[in-house]
Design a protein around this ligand. Structure first.
Ligand SMILES: Nc1ncnc2c1ncn2[C@@H]1O[C@H](COP(=O)(O)OP(=O)(O)OP(=O)(O)O)[C@@H](O)[C@H]1O
Length: 255
């Protein structure tokens, strides 16, 4: 089985050397956990260290703002996009579904949402083929949950992940959570792997910790390990543990 190095120091040794090629892995966490940084680091290191072309699909942030923020870590995304080693495409599902609904009066809500997903998948596929991308990063799947009907949402997410699995890319998808102890999202059941970025409050300090919730076909670490976001990006510490003191609040809620 071919392994794809993650580009995150410390992570590969938790998952037997890297992601399994062509798997779809979900990265979940609350706001500020570092989900986007994680995915961009995966693409950036893939392009620079392994010569893997990458495609970044942003469903929220503008490419200009992403490039600006990533300068903080010394990552020159602009140069890589000019060289077409990384391509960034932006799609806004809400705007697109509104356009479909307005342009076709007789279309039902459900079909507008499916039409939106189909359009997005076609765009992703076209860009994957054009760039020869080996690494794909989609940020975030939560943006696709534009329907207020949970059955509809489930259908859309299922359709999306099933199609992404057939893109011949090793894919990271981010998913937002607001409550670490709450119910699991549908995408967590559907993806091959789930990495959760926790933020705990221990006494007066914030502690970041990474957990592999699942990784099918991989003998992975079951324990939770600290990570930091540094000027060089995310670093995980697999030989260190997150230790709370007896009187400290180990608080899973959003900080
Ligand atoms: N050089 C740095 N050193 C320490 N922390 C940093 C550094 N650069 C960024 N950060 C932290 O990383 C966070 C950015 O993470 P990122 O945008 O990847 O999170 P996210 O989980 O995608 O958030 P959201 O869900 O809100 O989009 C910042 O909020 C900041 O706290």
């Amino acid at each position: 089985m071919t392994r794809v190095p993650t580009g995150i120091p410390g992570l590969d040794e938790m998952i037997e050397g890297g992601f399994i090629e062509d798997d779809v892995i979900l990265v979940t966490g609350c706001p500020g956990a570092g989900k986007s940084t994680f995915g961009i680091q995966y693409l950036y290191k893939g392009a620079v260290d392994y010569n893997d072309p990458g495609l970044y699909v942003t469903l929220e942030e503008s490419p200009a703002r992403i490039m600006r923020n990533m300068w903080r870590h010394g990552w020159d995304l602009e140069r890589l996009t000019k060289e077409d080693k990384i391509r960034i495409i932006r799609a806004n599902p809400i705007v697109y579904s509104r356009y479909i609904k307005e342009s076709q009066d007789n279309i039902g809500t459900a079909s507008a949402e499916i039409a939106t997903i189909e359009h997005l998948l076609k765009e992703i596929y076209r860009n994957v083929k054009e760039t020869g991308a080996k690494r794909l990063f989609i940020d975030s799947i939560t943006s696709l949950k534009i329907s207020s009907d949970p059955v509809n949402v489930r259908h859309v997410i299922l359709e999306f992940i099933k199609n992404i699995e057939n893109m011949d890319c090793t894919t990271l998808i981010t998913s937002e959570i607001s409550d670490n102890c709450g119910e699991f999202n549908v995408e967590e059941y559907l993806c091959e792997g789930v990495i959760r970025l926790h933020m705990f409050r221990v006494g007066g300090n914030r502690v970041r910790a990474l957990e592999i919730l699942k990784m099918r076909g991989v003998k992975h670490k079951e324990s939770i390990h600290p990570y930091t976001i540094t000027d060089g990006g995310i670093v995980v510490y697999p030989s260190e543990s997150v230790i709370g003191h007896e009187n400290d609040a180990m608080d899973f809620t959003t900080l």
